[in-house]
Design a protein around this ligand. Structure first.
Ligand code: NAP
Length: 282
């Protein structure tokens, strides 16, 4: 699996990780999802993305069960604080709850899930306090546009922004003209969430071009999607999969490097377009 520096953290992180939003958290489906996560880790997808929001903490508990017994240093665990909890004290308390649910001493990166009404300065300073206390190794943000990133930079006193986790898929590429250039200039990792865009690429006019490339390479269109989104040296993707078949496929995409001609063909089939309005999010 191709790995690359995760922003300024010093960590080398595989390009494909694993999401946990809407992961089943009860019964046999939860057991299957846990097995899929564990299989994904064994195949190199050690970057696990979760959040206190997902299943009201149940997704974090599932992650805790999936990683139990694995060497901590081999994992890259990311969680997120809800904006409504992101006060000076609330951020610390939320992080401690997340750590408890996952049975961890520290998170590799902890993000503000999206901007709410708590002043950014308060949240960023709480995240810096968590780094100083050793509860998180790095801090990051999610759903931040360029102005938000600039504001975060202005209020942070000691720590860099490790990543910006944003909506990025073949039908939503406008971050390529906005947030990605800013992130590149400031050594911030860009993490693509919802990389399959709820299957929109399969219904798009450009789909046959994707199928053609996939067939030529002997892989699936989903794998080509992941390879395209992680084609640049500072982007990562965190698909969610609830089955080992999907997990296997996603992990194998982490070894796939597209040729310039293939990238051009996908670029033509799924043009980036111009942004209308603000940063797209789910
Ligand atoms: P996604 O990963 O784009 O799509 C998940 C869907 O794709 C599931 O139905 C899954 O099926 C299917 N799938 C997985 N691998 C596949 C493959 N190889 N071939 C075909 N289908 C495949 O959507 P997402 O869960 O919205 O986004 C991924 C992660 O990003 C989330 O889980 C979450 O961790 C994060 N996220 C963050 C934010 C934020 O605001 N920061 C927002 C949304 C998402 P199965 O489940 O049946 O395997």
């Amino acid at each position: 699996m191709i790995a690359r520096p995760f922003g300024p953290t010093g960590a080398s992180v595989p390009v494909i990780g694993q999401g946990t939003w809407n992961v089943p958290t009860r019964g046999a489906a939860a057991d299957a999802a846990k097995a899929a996560l564990r299989a994904g880790i064994e195949r190199g997808m050690v970057h696990i993305d979760t959040a206190e929001m997902y299943g009201d903490g149940a997704a974090e508990e599932l992650v805790g069960a999936a990683i139990a017994g694995l060497p901590r240093e081999s994992l890259f665990i990311v969680s997120k604080v809800l904006p409504s909890n992101a006060t000076a004290h609330g951020t610390i308390a939320a992080c401690e709850r997340s750590l408890r649910r996952m049975g961890l001493d520290y998170l590799d990166c902890y993000l503000l899930h999206w901007r709410g009404t708590v002043p950014l300065r308060e949240t960023m300073h709480a995240l810096e306090r968590l780094v100083a206390d050793g509860k998180i190794r790095a801090l990051g943000v999610s759903n931040f546009d360029v102005d938000d990133l600039k504001e975060a930079h202005a209020v942070l006193e000691r720590e860099p922004i490790a990543c910006n986790q944003v909506l990025y898929h073949l039908n939503e590429r406008t971050i390529e003209d906005h947030e990605i250039p800013y992130a590149r200039e400031h050594d911030i990792a860009t993490v693509a969430y919802t990389p399959f865009g709820r299957g929109a690429y399969e219904r798009a006019a450009g789909y046959p071009a994707l199928v053609e490339i996939a067939q030529r390479r002997g892989v699936t269109p989903a794998q080509i999607v992941l390879a395209f989104l992680t084609r640049e040296p500072d982007t990562f993707a965190i698909p969610k999969a609830a089955s080992i078949a999907h997990t296997d496929e996603n992990a194998a995409a982490g070894d796939l490097q597209l040729e310039p001609a293939e990238i051009d063909a996908i670029d033509r089939a799924f043009p980036a377009g111009r942004r209308r309005g603000g940063l797209p999010s789910l």
